[in-house]
Structures are given as structure tokens and as C-alpha cells.
Design a protein around this ligand. Sequence first.
Ligand SMILES: Cc1cc2nc3c(=O)[nH]c(=O)nc-3n(C[C@H](O)[C@H](O)[C@H](O)COP(=O)(O)OP(=O)(O)OC[C@H]3O[C@@H](n4cnc5c(N)ncnc54)[C@H](O)[C@@H]3O)c2cc1C
Length: 124
Amino acid sequence: MAVAERDKPGGVCVNWGCIPSKAILTSAGLYEEMRNAEAHGIRCQGLSADYGAVIRRSRKVADRMSRGITYLFKKNRIELFPASATVLSPTTVRWGRRSSRRRTSSWPPERRCGGCRGSSPTAG
Ligand SMILES: Cc1cc2nc3c(=O)[nH]c(=O)nc-3n(C[C@H](O)[C@H](O)[C@H](O)COP(=O)(O)OP(=O)(O)OC[C@H]3O[C@@H](n4cnc5c(N)ncnc54)[C@H](O)[C@@H]3O)c2cc1C
């Protein structure tokens, strides 16, 4: 099995959508709780938010998840093609940089198991 990915492994959800936005929401939730801490008898003076640090944390969370996906690819022997790819046929994918030389590569299912020839490759 193989995956072609022109950006970071994990797609929008892991890198730009669900995961980093939930990390930001977690920071916002914590801030809100601390703002209301006095109701619990906890005094919190000089509370402030550093938005840059919030975003940096969200990037760290997303990057860690993406690295986890790369690790899972390796562990499960899923080949990662770090490039833009175009599906040419059910068994062939062209991948590589647009401007420079393009490589035509047989999609791994075709190379590795004849029985998989009918399965369609998926970009991304
Ligand atoms: C801010 C935000 C928050 C979100 N929050 C949630 C949430 O809480 N819950 C939820 O369920 N959904 C959420 N979503 C939606 C979720 O991110 C998408 O539904 C999901 O990412 C779709 O997954 P996908 O695999 O179909 O496509 P994508 O995540 O877009 O993955 C496609 C991947 O393929 C790669 N690719 C595309 N074309 C090629 C090519 N030709 N060659 C090589 N690689 C290619 C892209 O680089 C990309 O990494 C959110 C989205 C956003 C923007």
C-alpha cells in the first residue's frame, strides 16, 4: 500500500483543521476557567493570554500528530510518496514536481500483488 501526499501526512484535519483548532479551543477554555477561578476560591491575578504562544502550541500538537502518522505508515509498511500525484489509471500514478522532471511510477499495488490490480489508488 502507498500514499502520495504533497503536504504533511494527516491531511487538513490533522495539520490545519480539527486538531490545531481543538488545541486552540482547549487554550481558550483554560483561559475562561481561570478567569472564573475566583468562584472556586482560587485567586488568579495578572491573567493574560499570549496568542503567539497559543498558536505555537497548536502547531506543536498538529506536528506531533503528523509525525505519529508518518511513524504509523512506516510501522505498517505503507510507502509514503512525498509529492504531488496524478492518478493516470487504476494501476498507475504519476508523481513528482510539476516544473522539473516528472517521474512515472507504477502504483505499488501493481508492483506488489497482481491480485490488487483492480483497486483504485487514492491521491492524498
Ligand atoms: C478549521 C477546520 C476545522 C475542522 N474541524 C473538524 C472537526 O472538528 N471534525 C471533523 O470531522 N472535521 C473537521 N474539519 C473538516 C476535516 O478537516 C475534513 O473533513 C477532512 O480533512 C477531510 O479529509 P480528507 O481526507 O477527505 O481530505 P484532506 O484532509 O483535504 O486530505 C487530502 C490530502 O491529500 C493531499 N492531496 C490532495 N491532492 C493531492 C495530489 N494531487 N497529490 C498529493 N497529495 C494530494 C492534500 O495535501 C491533503 O493532505 C475541519 C476543517 C477545518 C478547515
